[in-house]
Design a protein around this ligand. Sequence first.
Ligand SMILES: Nc1ncnc2c1ncn2[C@@H]1O[C@H](COP(=O)(O)OP(=O)(O)OP(=O)(O)O)[C@@H](O)[C@H]1O
Ligand SMILES: [Mg+2]
Length: 445
Amino acid sequence: MKTITFYQKKPGVFRFMGWLSYGITPWLAPLILPLAIISDRSTAGAISFISYSSIAIISTFPDSRKAVHSVHQLFWGQFRHHLLSRQVSKRLRETLLHAGLVKKEHREITGSEGRTRRQEILHYPCAQIHKDKVNIYIQFKMIPGQTEQEWERKVNAFAHSLGSSLISFQISRGIVEITLQYGEIKANSVTYKTDTDHNLALGYATGGKLTWDFEHFPHALIIGPTGTGKSTFIRNLLVQLRSEWIVKVADGKQVEFTHLQDLGFDVATDTSGFIRLVEEAQTEVDQRFKTMETQRKNHYSQINEKPYFLVIDEAIYLLEALSTKKDKETGQSERERILGLLRDISLRGRAAGVQLIMIFQRPDSTFMPTVIRDNLTAKIVLGGSETALEMAFGRDKSKQLDSVTLGHGYACIGDGRIELFRFPDYAQSKFLDDLEQQRSSVAIQ
Ligand SMILES: Nc1ncnc2c1ncn2[C@@H]1O[C@H](COP(=O)(O)OP(=O)(O)OP(=O)(O)O)[C@@H](O)[C@H]1O
Ligand SMILES: [Mg+2]
């Protein structure tokens, strides 16, 4: 992580010249050093000539050329970094000024001839800026008298002025922290899980792989408007589920995961199948709890059970299709009954090792009661639409997060930070080939 200097005033030409001379030091040194050290001009000139000729010869060989290049970069890089600091500072100063986040002070100055004139002095907030390959992290210290609302309203302007996207911001105790993304996160390779740990890679964030520890943060809620890569994302997760784990898939669209049946997966594509899978998962929770109770254990791994996943793609189609007619005996509709079972799984599933992964285009509260939504502790939004972000993270946390391009998403695990990540494009055919290969290698073992 590199630090960018924030210049509250435009840095002077001397600073520029200073950094420029530093930047070209390796090229000037062979000329200036001999002249400075040796009084005999012709000897100094000869040494300079030999030095430059040696550099020229070294540069003709590809291997040694790299060394010359890296020395140049070492010095020139610092000069370029100074230029970047100047540019970023200029943009930030302009943005702060236009956003009204600068304190202006007017002073009367009396000149030597006795005339007074008014001078405007600008006080900028102190800033610390860091950058890595993908993000710029800016931390401003609010000027006394400024309010959080003033900053909140203008926070997007910083992203626009630096030509980047806002991926998170937070204000607390007078400190404004803004993270902007300017570079690209790469997510070329699908993760194939080789360990038995109870976590799954969601994709790549700026710090590397973003993993979801489902043991500590059970159940996932995935929201993405149509075409944002929900099914692709699920394929990336499904390929990581180990073959000894239990995986059940309810497919609301009836086209995405039916092929998995051929590979021995339990896939439901209609309402009755969906009901069966939810009932089975809830019965599993009950049974595991009973066993744990009789064996006086409090975790499913202690009774030799494996993680159990119920993946519900396009859950809204399945929930919508459930009858809302109240049963005379129970006073409950079918939809209420199923939502009740899902609620129970979401509440007690963690200790029993039964995980829900629910995928929605829009988790409308009629189909997705807040109680269940809150219990799905890994929240993922693909595409980053405003309503989807608000539904997943709440208005406060998601405020002004920029929408993202295809292949990106925001994840918030537990109460942690909202992180931008990218997941690989993973074609259905490749996914099915991979699964087939995995299953056959298990069969051989
Ligand atoms: N990570 C990615 N990078 C690039 N393209 C992607 C990525 N993920 C998905 N896509 C592309 O986006 C398109 C839609 O993907 P997908 O079918 O997974 O979305 P979806 O949200 O499930 O859509 P729907 O709402 O129609 O079910 C596909 O053509 C896919 O190739
Ligand atoms: Mg889909």
